[in-house]
Design a protein around this ligand. Structure first.
Ligand SMILES: Nc1ncnc2c1ncn2[C@@H]1O[C@H](COP(=O)(O)OP(=O)(O)O)[C@@H](O)[C@H]1O
Ligand SMILES: [Mg+2]
Length: 497
């Protein structure tokens, strides 16, 4: 319908002193769907305008009280957006043209030619429509810009006040956003204008490598990487994540840096304390053990069965305690990077044979068959004592966590650049959800069949620490009630180092 624009009925004000004209316009335009108001003179019109939201004015020039030109001037002054169409008789065409020069939208001549008249009105309605749309658009635009500005400054304030360092990179690995905390943590002084190349902000190879990795398509979806770096006097934890674009593609990265110096110091103090206590406990315990074994051997006089039994039980408790202390000391050394120290060309074969010999009695006690096979063994760079600790832990576990009558297969094989060592048992197995946790310190699986097995939960943590220090890998495969296989790969010595 013509009389409507943007869900709103177009309202036309007809200002003419001749009743016939007013009525005529009213009839014709109402018939076309417009909302029509009328005024007899300029004064009436100026009364209506503030009250009604008029879209178009049809204005006669020759009127009593106030002339059309005068009305036009006022309208243009107060309502510049409303198009005004002048109504003229033949005698006033010149004046109408003058009016158009001063800003009237168009004019129609009396007597009206219906078609022409409606065409003019419709064009004015169209113009009004466009005007309204433009205005609305402009208002929206201003509001959006305002919101955006507000959001931006809010975000900026938050990021600048954060205690953690924040660094955002773009696709080209340039830093596009950073905050004062970051500069402080990285001990950078002076202004840095974004974008700036990553290497100018951070010179840690590890971080650069990580961010390159995150932005490569080899990284897993949403992979988050945490690393510790040293910056001047502090230790900093950097957590990096990909920044995703609207299509979920990686468009950059976000890294948050946190000062963990105090935490590290505390952790060190805790380790020192445990270390000190363990040391202090070990010496008296060792001498108690020695004295007990003198008693047990009857060197201080013969013992009755009951006395012997009590002493033997005591010895077992002492051995458990010594095992815990030794494990704690090992863990402390691993944490300090001092556990594995003498890497020399070493043959694995004899170490395994020795370990198996030591554990033979324990295996026999549990009616467990120990098998060993070796194929194409090659020397590796290793600390023999520590490697023995690895095998001893794995084979002891294999025996401990197998029901009586089981079988433990140890095998060694040279596979190209690696030596593969496998310890395979037919024991209780480990549930899949427990597998990632068994290498954690103090972690022990709760299993009804192995409740009576004594242990510290430190063995595998030590094993992992030692293998890592040998640049090797350790993996575990297991199925409940079927058995468990630990597989170690150690790099062999190559002629070119
Ligand atoms: N061969 C195995 N079969 C089944 N469970 C095992 C085996 N080896 C280790 N585990 C599980 O992993 C846990 C951690 O092992 P470990 O670190 O050696 O500690 P500990 O033997 O002192 O408990 C064990 O408590 C046990 O539940
Ligand atoms: Mg163990």
């Amino acid at each position: 319908m013509t009389g409507w624009v943007m869900d709103k009925q177009i309202k036309i004000l007809v200002v003419d002193d001749e009743r016939v004209v007013r009525d005529g316009c009213h009839r014709v335009l109402t018939g076309k769907g417009f909302d029509v108001l009328t005024a007899e003179n300029g004064e009436q019109a100026m009364d209506i305008l503030p009250r009604e939201s008029v879209d178009i004015i049809l204005l006669d020039l020759k009127m009593p009280v106030m002339s059309g030109e005068e009305v036009l001037e006022k309208v243009q002054d107060q309502y510049p957006d409303i198009p005004v169409i002048i109504i003229t008789g033949h005698g006033t065409i010149d004046t109408a043209v003058e009016c158009m020069k001063t800003g009237a939208y168009d004019f129609v001549t009396k007597p009206f030619q219906l078609e022409q008249f409606l065409l003019t009105i419709n064009r004015a309605a169209e113009k009004r429509n466009l005007g309204l749309k433009a205005k609305q658009f402009e208002e929206e635009n201003i509001r959006n810009l305002y919101d955006l500005d507000l959001e931006k400054s809010r975000l900026k304030t938050i990021i600048n006040c954060m205690a953690n360092g924040v660094m955002v990179t773009n696709r080209n690995l340039e830093v596009v956003l950073h905050n004062p905390a970051l500069m402080k943590l990285l001990e950078i002084t002076g202004e840095v204008q974004n974008p700036v190349s990553l290497s100018q902000i951070i010179d840690h190879e590890d971080i650069i490598e990580t961010l390159t990795w995150i932005q490569s398509d080899r990284a897993q979806d949403g992979e988050i990487i945490s690393q510790e770096i040293k910056t001047g006097s502090s230790v900093v934890r950097a957590i990096s994540a990909p920044a995703l674009g609207p299509d979920n593609d990686v468009v950059g990265s976000v890294t948050v840096l946190e000062d963990i110096t105090a935490f590290k110091q505390l952790d060190e103090m805790k380790s020192d304390f445990v270390n000190m206590v363990a040391h202090e406990l070990r010496s008296p315990l060792v001498s108690i053990r020695q004295q007990n074994s003198v008693l047990l051997e009857g060197l201080a006089g013969p013992l009755e069965d009951k006395q012997k039994d009590f002493l033997e039980r005591g010895m077992r408790k002492i051995d458990q305690l010594l095992e815990l202390i030794n494990d704690l000391l090992d863990i402390a050394k691993i944490a300090a990077g001092k556990h594995v120290q003498h890497l020399v060309p070493t043959d694995i074969d004899p170490i395994i044979n020795e370990t198996l010999a030591l554990l033979e009695t324990r295996a026999e006690d549990h009616h467990i068959q120990l098998n060993y096979s070796s194929e194409n063994p090659k020397p590796v760079l290793a600390d023999a004592k520590r490697i023995e600790e690895v095998f001893s832990n794995l084979i002891t576990n294999a025996i401990n966590y197998s029901p009586d009558g089981g079988k433990v297969d140890v095998s060694v094989a040279g596979l190209g650049e690696y030596m593969e060592i496998k310890v395979k048992d037919t024991g209780v197995g480990i549930l899949e959800e427990e597998l990632p946790k068994i290498f954690d310190k103090f972690y022990r699986v709760k299993h009804p069949k192995t409740r009576q097995v004594m242990g510290t939960g430190l063995g595998l943590a030590i094993v992992k620490g030692i293998i890592d220090a040998h640049h090797g890998t350790i993996h575990v495969e297991s199925a409940p009630d079927k058995g468990t296989t630990f597989r170690i790969l150690l790099p062999v010595i190559t002629s070119h180092g």
